[in-house]
Design a protein around this ligand. Sequence first.
Ligand code: GLV
Ligand code: MN
Ligand code: MN
Length: 415
Amino acid sequence: MPTPNYVKINAERVWQRHMDLAEIGKTAGGGVHRLALSDKDIEAHVKVAEWAQARGFVVELDAIGNMFVCRPGSDPSATPVASGSHTDSQPWGGRFDGPLGVLTALEALEALEDAGVTTRRPIEVPVWNNEEGARFMPGLSGSGSYTGVMDLEKMLDCTDDDGITMRSCVEKLHAALPNVKHRKLGQPYAGFVEAHIEQGTILEDAGEIIGIVTDIQGNRRFDVKVTGESAHSGTTPRARRKDAFVAATDIAVALRDVFWDEEDIARFTIGKFEALPGAKSVVPGEVNFFIDFRHPSKPVLKELGDQIEVVAERHVAPCSVAVTQASSADPMQFSEKVTGLIAASAARHGYPSRHMISCAGHDARHFVASCPTAMVFIPCWKGISHNELESAEPDHVAAGAQVICDVLVDMADWA
Ligand code: GLV
Ligand code: MN
Ligand code: MN
């Protein structure tokens, strides 16, 4: 067996790329506000495309707004391997959630270019559109539409809170990148690996640098609409009120008890809660809130998730309630073929590592059905993420980039 052509990544360059990208949509609190296909997210795509084109890589766009940086291999007929993530952020989010997966993979391509190494298979860096789902629901819709898990037309028709369609934003992205090729959805990969910050404290607490991600937990998301009756806040006695806020908070408190588990495994969140009409002297006639529930066990997702409607009905009187499941994803397992390569790379470089589960969702989940796939985690400060304070160490970013580069070299030589 010939020795793989491993190359050394450039630690300063990959860190500087993170700092430069974080200037786009930078917030006063040190994070980024770069919602999917907002002007700032489009600017971030253009910046990555400029870096890629300056190195001679081909840039392509597809119909759902995914962008691809492509480096050819020696066998043009071979199916490519890929590593990538996203540039969109949560509202007032962090600098590393998403960019780490894009920029470590871009660094791998640049390091191969610097060393003059040609792999057998082409290598691609996809920038998946709308990973976060903060602007357009559901998230992961770029990779979901690419792999056929989600319906392209339905996703293009979906709107943000201002009624702007994803379709019009994708058109804007294409207009901002007139000199790139168009590509078809669904072109297969022979392997996929994604780097990400852990968004938890396991690696940091253990003093480890590389997480070898074996699984992603599942989730179920629900829209809850409580309907009461708007009324005068000064004149309406309790007996005549149908206060949707009171009913909704009773439901929320009851659900907190139902989802409380001793081991602290279930993740139950109400992150969006809106009382209408939202006037200071009006008893709210309607409340809409959103539940994000995650768990590694499929039976528990079913059993506890199905409780939401039952509990809501029990606590809603004198108002009424409608519970609708907005999206769901099963727990899934990554490929041992790829986790083995990640573990071997970490060991070669002396990076302390562990096998672990991802509690967050990632685009990599959509490739598990079609090719060997896994993820690489690095620590982030205090596990803080989806927050402007999100932070990672330059040395850990470099370690993540080195592992991604090694795994891409290995996969690109697969028969
Ligand atoms: C992705 O950002 C998630 O919320 O899991
Ligand atoms: Mn992410
Ligand atoms: Mn995220």
